[in-house]
Write a protein that binds this ligand. Structure first.
Ligand code: BTN
Length: 258
């Protein structure tokens, strides 16, 4: 298994704070859990990575299976109003997509937070928040990126893939991590200045679902629609089959391409 090379991260890092403090654990249950538990003591931008994650978590209570993937969580102390915090997920997705694009990889964003190459998922993002003792929000932006994985379990093998399998490129995990952090810091700083558009532009231009026929799944109910855009607040804008236009808030529904 290729090990994450911290030196490579540092060598390629252009940031002021993201990834400047790295906590690398050989084995951890979940880098997100670790960052949430210990985050109050970490500087903003602290990166938690690992060699092996034994209880990786995905969205909606799912497990994240990626023993050989790149697992990383970034601790953030956003100075923005609470209503804007969920936007960090899309900022992060934009950063991952921009990082892969710098490597010449055509990575698409499946709103709000999955990254696809050639129609297969290569990265998932799980952003979580907790309130620190002083009442301020602590955000953990967790990313699981399949960089050099060569196989997947039966459960996900039809839908998941890796950068290596889709492009043939054997990219160093440390370089990908550094490029993500470089882009993330720029876009996160913009968000804090009130400029979410910088991330939205990337999410729209590299969208995997705008223009596609989708199913919206909410509590067992399936509604067919067409994805037609992303609103200034990051909601998915859809046209239902009866012609009505609506918007969908991330976290409330799952989106499947028909
Ligand atoms: C999803 O697609 O459902 C989100 C997956 C997020 C996985 C990453 S791996 C690093 C971090 N630690 C976790 O336990 N989860 C996230």
């Amino acid at each position: 298994m290729e090990v994450l090379n911290e030196e490579f991260i540092r060598k390629h890092l252009k940031t002021k704070f993201m990834g400047r403090n790295v906590i690398h654990l050989d084995t951890v249950d979940s880098t997100n859990d670790y960052a949430k538990i210990h985050g109050e003591n970490f500087a903003e931008g602290t990166l938690v990575t690992c060699g092996e994650q034994t209880k990786g978590r995905g969205r909606q209570g799912r497990r994240w299976e990626s023993e050989t993937g790149l697992c990383m969580s970034v601790l953030l102390r956003p100075q923005i109003e609470m209503q804007h915090i969920s936007k960090i997920t899309q900022v992060c997705a934009a950063a991952v997509s921009a990082a892969l694009s710098e490597l010449g990889v055509e990575a698409r964003i499946k709103w709000p937070n999955d990254i696809f190459i050639n129609g297969k998922k290569v990265c998932g993002i799980l952003t979580e928040m907790k309130i620190a003792e002083d009442g301020s929000p602590l955000v953990v932006a967790g990313m699981g990126i399949n960089v050099t994985n060569e196989s997947f379990t039966d459960v996900i093998k039809d839908t998941a893939s890796s950068v290596l399998l889709e492009t043939g490129m054997n990219v160093d995990k440390g370089i990908i991590a550094a490029k993500i952090l470089n882009n993330f810091e720029i876009l996160y700083n913009e968000l804090q200045k009130g400029n979410f558009e910088a991330s939205l532009k990337i999410c729209r231009e590299r969208s995997y679902i705008i223009g596609k026929e989708i199913n919206l799944i909410e509590g067992g109910k399936i509604t067919a629609a067409t994805a037609i855009g992303i609103s200034p607040d990051g909601e998915l804008v859809v046209r239902y089959q009866d012609g009505r236009i609506g918007s969908v808030i991330s976290g409330e529904v799952s989106v499947r391409i028909r």
